[in-house]
Design a protein around this ligand. Structure first.
Ligand code: PNS
Length: 158
């Protein structure tokens, strides 16, 4: 059973995240998308909202589950019995931090392997942070997020 954990803030989920989820779902038996609860961050969407949006936009992908987790990623990997962590790499600029995080996680837990997956190049510039900034200034983000997320952003920022 090849179960992987795809962790992130997903505030909110973008088409880039969805692209990685679809790619991972084709490769592994089960993809658990883990919404990180981070007390230090002030997300736009609550944990429940982020989980619900993810559940809705992944509902047609049979082997995807969505959960939230708090605490260390390595503990979530252990609790969920995942064999690896999936992280998306959009550009070389992502690599430095992701590499550091992957090695730190493996230092903390020897079994914690990280697999990097590249989303389609058409999403290489898409990030949740930019989506929020554009939406917050009444810009059009319809090409970068699922319709449901666009609606949720409009609703949240009105
Ligand atoms: O979508 P993001 O914000 O890039 O995701 C970052 C995330 C949630 C994967 C990272 O912050 C994380 O793993 N948080 C859990 C706490 C933890 O384990 N921190 C140590 C990482 S070496």
């Amino acid at each position: 059973m090849r179960r992987v954990l795809y962790p992130g803030s997903f505030d909110p989920i973008t088409n880039g995240h969805l692209d990685v989820i679809n790619r991972a779902a084709r490769l592994f038996n089960e993809v658990v998308v883990g919404v990180a609860i981070n007390e230090d961050k002030q997300p736009l969407f609550t944990t429940v909202e982020r989980v619900d949006l993810l559940k809705e936009v992944t509902k047609d992908i049979k082997n995807v589950k969505v959960v939230s987790f708090s605490g260390l990623l390595i503990d979530a990997v252990d609790n969920l019995k995942a064999f690896a962590v999936i992280r998306g790499l959009r550009a070389v600029s992502d690599f430095e931090f992701e590499f550091q995080m992957a090695l730190m996680n493996r230092e903390l837990s020897e079994e914690c392997e990280t697999i990097f997956m590249m989303p389609s190049t058409k999403y290489s510039f898409v990030s949740s942070r930019l989506i929020k900034e554009i939406a917050n200034n009444n810009g059009d983000v319809t090409s970068f997020v699922p319709k449901l997320v666009d609606d949720a952003l409009k609703n949240k920022l009105k």
